[in-house]
Write a protein that binds this ligand. Structure first.
Ligand SMILES: Nc1ncnc2c1ncn2[C@@H]1O[C@H](COP(=O)(O)OP(=O)(O)OP(=O)(O)O)[C@@H](O)[C@H]1O
Length: 352
């Protein structure tokens, strides 16, 4: 591993990842991933199955050796992290099935004791077990055997185990998989509490865009081995998909027009000024899900040298030129950039 070539991160930086690369055999899974996370920041790592999220987290936790790149986790290279450094981290893995015969409180109490030597003037370790049990919503199950817990309760226990040492940085790999909406909301409150009151940095992976939007200060989208987006949910929706959909009814037909770039106001103004007899006008901004899908789609179809790239571009061109009758009847020129899905919706709108 090379020495750090740039200045070390400031004390407010919990995670500093530069040009991280990971190769399994001949397969490059991470191709130069760079990002930082500040103390107290909640960062969500999104990406399709197999994008390399778990690999990234495992490298940052020190469980997996990277192929190349520079990584600093709480000021330490995880490849050389000692016990004292590890005590400052919390880890919640995807699945963990063990200690079934232990009772919830006994297990947490047992694990908590390992953190006592790592208590500092700034951070008192471990977490008081009874308080922690309340915080994660397991007070009623405190005396229950772990094997009797439901899936959601079990996941809460996983989280409790991950934070019992009052970590400064928590890695959560798909923490709410299997949660019901109530448990999910309680978990979100817990993450906010960790970040806001304990100044804990949280790096979580999720497939739930709604969750990423609600929880994360910043969203990283990993695809094709690279970070293809990095920003708040609002920034991603604003900067990456400027697309909006204008829907209206005229002459008994539903219509959809995708405004790919800029402000839909001008289109709407022309629409209303036209003699189309417009009713039920609705302007819908791209959601985070739209943004995410278009990002991943873009990253997957536009890889240089990929056999699919030409076909994908041809598809895109087809979509751009695939004007429907309704487009021609519309109030102005097509802003272009529609996807196949948009086109399908348009056709559906025209025919309905
Ligand atoms: N130990 C390993 N040996 C070889 N290949 C691996 C190994 N671990 C992961 N991979 C491969 O690396 C890629 C990234 O896997 P990873 O588990 O990091 O993705 P992920 O983004 O977490 O996926 P998911 O959303 O499905 O959990 C996948 O193609 C996977 O098959």
């Amino acid at each position: 591993m090379t020495a750090r070539s740039e200045s070390p991160p400031s004390g407010d930086v919990a995670l500093d990842v530069r040009d991280l690369r990971m190769r399994y055999g001949t397969k490059d899974v991470l191709k130069g991933v760079s990002f930082t996370a500040q103390r107290g920041e909640v960062v969500a790592l999104l990406g399709p199955n197999g994008a390399g999220k778990t690999t990234t987290i495992e490298i940052l936790e020190g469980f997996r050796m990277r192929s190349a790149g520079e990584v600093s986790v709480l000021g330490q290279d995880p490849a050389h992290g000692d016990e004292a450094w590890r005590a400052r981290l919390g880890v919640v893995l995807q699945s963990w099935r063990d200690h079934g015969r232990w009772r919830v409180r006994d297990l947490l109490g047992y694990l908590a004791r390992f953190y006592t030597p790592y208590s500092t003037a700034e951070v008192s370790r471990p977490w008081d077990v009874d308080e922690l049990i309340k915080v994660v919503g397991l007070a009623e199950q405190s005396r229950a055997k772990v094997q009797t817990l439901s899936g959601g309760q079990r996941r809460r226990l996983d989280v409790a185990i991950g934070i019992v040492g009052r970590p400064e940085l928590v890695f959560l790999d798909e923490p709410t998989a299997g949660f019901d909406p109530h448990a999910r909301r309680e978990f979100h409150d817990l993450v906010h509490r960790l970040a806001d009151f304990e100044n804990t940095t949280v790096l979580l992976t999720t497939h739930d865009l709604d969750e990423a939007e609600k929880l994360a200060d910043r969203i990283l989208v990993l695809d094709g081995g690279e970070i293809v987006a990095n920003g708040s949910a609002d920034q991603l929706a604003r900067e990456l998909t400027t697309q909006a959909e204008v829907r209206w009814t005229s002459g008994g037909h539903r219509n959809v027009h995708a405004v790919a770039e800029g402000d839909p106001t001008e289109f709407v103004r022309r629409l209303l000024a036209s003699d189309l007899g417009v009713t039920e006008l609705e302007v819908r901004r791209a959601s985070l899900e739209d943004t995410y899908m278009s990002l991943v789609h873009r990253a997957e179809t536009y890889q240089p040298g990929s056999d699919d790239a030409g076909a994908a571009r041809a598809d895109q061109a087809g979509a751009d030129h695939g004007e429907t009758d309704q487009d021609q009847a519309g109030p102005g020129p097509d802003e272009g950039g529609r996807t196949d899905q948009d086109r399908a919706e348009q056709n559906e709108g025209v025919q309905s």
